[in-house]
Every structure is written in structure tokens, then in C-alpha cells.
Design a protein. Structure first.
Length: 73
């Protein structure tokens, strides 16, 4: 399953807002430096979806706010 994600780095709190079944808006406290915000997004999505972190990977958008994330079953 692929998810479309819009990321807001350097936010005041971590939170996930579902927009549709395959689209999310994610706020993370991590800054977009050295991939820290991307890792925070994947960790937060892992908690939200109740999936192991190893089943979630970034497919596209490593350097932008719009990302495509793959969730393996």
C-alpha cells in the first residue's frame, strides 16, 4: 500500500492527521537536517498505523514536503 504524505517539519508537536484512507498530513518536531525529519515521519507513522518500523519505507520525496511512503503487509 502506498501513502501520500505532506510533512511539516520543525512543528511544535508530533501528530498525524488523516486526510483520506491513503493521504496524511504529518507534523514532526524534528528539523529537516540530515534526514532526521524523514526518520521522525516514518517512526510516527509506524506508531499511528500500528505496523513495525521495518514494514514502512520512504519511496519518493526525501528532500521535499510531499512524500510517497510504502507500507508492506
Amino acid at each position: 500500500m502506498y501513502l501520500k504524505v505532506k510533512v511539516h517539519p520543525s512543528s511544535k508537536q508530533n501528530k498525524v492527521i488523516p486526510k483520506s484512507p491513503d493521504s496524511f498530513e504529518i507534523f514532526v518536531r524534528a528539523k529537516p537536517v540530515d534526514g532526521k525529519a524523514n526518520e521522525a515521519v516514518l517512526d510516527l507513522l509506524s506508531e499511528f498505523l500500528k505496523k513495525p518500523r521495518s514494514k514502512i519505507r520512504l519511496v519518493k520525496g526525501g528532500m521535499s514536503r510531499g512524500k510517497i511512503i510504502e507500507v508492506l503487509e
